[in-house]
Design a binder for this molecule. Structure first.
Ligand SMILES: [Zn+2]
Length: 220
């Protein structure tokens, strides 16, 4: 009988340790959504570069940096890994299935006014049925991304904007989400900057750093 108690205690302790370890080992899941792809080039830069290519490079670079510099701490998935067109509803379906801790759609901006520059981050516009907790994390992530683009890369910051984009609208109950617009391809200086490999690496680094700020603040 005594032996049975000891075995029970030992199993209980082992289960407890396993659970604690599993909780500690749980990696924050992030879905990065490189916009456009395939036939849909997105914005075409004043220098000929394409939005679909830059955003895919940024997302893949984020995966590389996470592995090489951050010990693969974040569990990152992409909505596309190649130059293929994925429908917006299939992108949001992935978010609904995986239920990530954070969803970031990555785009580049363009405007008729060639002088327009800077970084914008979009969040789903407020509505009464929204979860204030998801909204809170989305806004904090936006602020962290903008701060990093300002301080680490010296970009002009155009701020947080509210919109009703499909990818944010359809995922607003599943995950905190933002849509990031990295610079203007219609602006010569920013388009030339985005052409460079080091710049793409910088954009990816900013995204990863912003995600870590959120983890440190225990917002998700
Ligand atoms: Zn776009």
């Amino acid at each position: 009988m005594k032996r049975l108690w000891i075995v029970c205690l030992w199993i209980g302790f082992a289960l407890f340790c396993n659970r604690t370890q599993a909780q500690e080992n749980r990696r924050q899941m992030v879905i990065l959504d490189p916009g456009h792809g395939g036939m849909d080039s997105g914005a075409i830069g004043i220098n000929g570069i394409k939005e679909k290519d830059i955003v895919l490079e940024v997302a893949k670079e984020a995966i590389r940096l996470n592995k090489e510099l951050f010990g693969n701490t974040l569990d990152i998935y992409l909505t596309r890994y190649k130059d293929t067109l994925i429908s917006l509803s299939n992108r949001t379906k992935l978010v609904k299935v995986l239920q990530p801790d954070v969803f970031i759609s990555i785009h580049c901006n363009q405007a008729a006014r060639k002088a327009a520059q800077g970084i914008e981050v979009y969040v789903q516009q407020h509505n009464t049925s929204m979860s204030s907790e998801l909204q809170f994390v989305s806004e904090n992530l936006s602020e962290a991304i903008l701060l990093e683009f300002d301080q680490a890369l010296g970009f002009k910051i155009r701020g947080i904007k509210y919109a009703n984009f499909q990818v944010l609208r359809e995922t607003q109950y599943d995950s905190p989400g933002v849509l990031l617009e990295i610079g203007f391809l219609s602006n010569w200086e920013e388009a030339e900057h985005s052409r460079r490999k080091e710049s793409v690496r910088g954009y990816a680094m900013v995204i990863i750093q912003a995600l870590y700020q959120l983890i440190d603040a225990e917002y998700y």
